[in-house]
Write a protein of this length. Structure first.
Length: 320
């Protein structure tokens, strides 16, 4: 009986989302959905109820139920409506060019996170089963058409789109959770951590990696989690793509092999990074730097720490 009821509700969702049901006069479904989106944008998803919505549109609750059978169907309609804000496929999709798929997939991901930032309640919808509407399907088609240009096998095309989409939704949920906490407490994220002096006094030799990274400036200018994560996810897709993403080592941030830099560094004053061998530019004072990036500097610190630890263990063994 429960399964039949669920099936009936799903069928009703399909009718509403795809416009296959009978049209009704007076209060329109479009107006209901638009008002619900406005309410969620202003007050969050918890504020959206059939009663509040009825008050907002100036009709009775029963009038709303004649258009939308319940909140689950309303949420599906709201989601599809805002996904309709996303841009149409890029020009290169239409001609099937393999070049530039990474830039297009990156643009697709950025459009997704921007949509979540305009409508933070999207991150609260959860992972429950829902019937996709035409706008959601169009957005999925857009991503599939981009990744299909990589030449990956069909199953990997779908998996890659799912991977990038899940990353975007995960980042959106984290951002939304942080924003909710800030609204509830009235204290910003950075401000809250700045008040944790008693915690920072506990950072000592028990946490050598953390302390070392802190002293090396890891938290002075932290990387944006979304920007850093997105590039790493795209790197993963590019790693299995037949064309490797169509990017040079310099473009995707990979260091060239040491053999690639040896000729450049021999016989001139260009210094190579002591960790990866990549050419290192001079700093603003004109002095050659030891490492090409903060990441390499931190890696060198960890390697030194591990070596010192091994030497210390060896010295202790000699004393026994």
């Amino acid at each position: 009986m429960a399964n039949q009821e669920h099936s009936d509700r799903s069928e009703r969702s399909t009718e509403l989302l795809w416009g296959t049901g009978a049209a009704r006069h007076g209060l329109t479904l479009e107006r209901i959905v638009r008002s619900a989106v406005e309410l969620a944008d202003a007050e969050g998803l918890r504020a959206v109820s059939m009663r509040r919505l009825a008050e907002r549109v100036g009709f009775t609750t029963m009038a709303l139920y004649r258009h939308v059978p319940g909140k689950a169907e309303l949420l599906a309609l709201m989601r599809d409506a805002v996904v309709g804000e996303l841009a149409p496929p890029v020009a290169s999709d239409a001609v099937g060019l393999a070049a530039g798929w990474r830039a297009d997939l990156e643009a697709w991901a950025r459009a997704g996170i921007a949509l979540h930032r305009r409508h933070p309640w999207l991150a609260e919808l959860g992972d429950d089963r829902h019937v996709p509407g035409p706008n959601v399907m169009a957005d999925f088609e857009r991503a599939l058409s981009i990744v299909a240009r990589t030449g990956l096998p069909p199953a990997q095309v779908v998996a890659a789109v799912t991977l990038v989409g899940d990353f975007v939704e995960g980042a959106a949920r984290q951002s939304a959770a942080t924003a909710r906490t800030e609204r509830r407490t009235g204290v910003g994220h950075d401000e809250w951590w700045a008040r944790r002096d008693s915690l920072f006094t506990q950072l000592d030799h028990r946490y050598p990696t953390l302390v070392g990274l802190y002293e090396e400036g890891a938290y002075d200018a932290p990387l944006d989690p979304f920007e850093f994560g997105l590039q790493r996810v795209l790197d993963g897709v590019a790693a299995i793509a037949p064309d490797g993403g169509g990017r040079t080592p310099e473009e995707d941030g990979r260091a060239p092999d040491r053999d690639e830099t040896r000729d450049v560094n021999e016989g001139c004053d260009v210094k190579a990074c002591e960790v990866c061998g990549k050419p290192v530019d001079r700093n603003s004072a004109g002095r050659p730097r030891t490492y090409c990036s903060r990441a390499c500097r931190q890696r060198a610190y960890r390697l030194r720490g591990a070596a010192d630890h091994q030497d210390d263990q060896g010295n202790r063994g000699n004393l026994r």
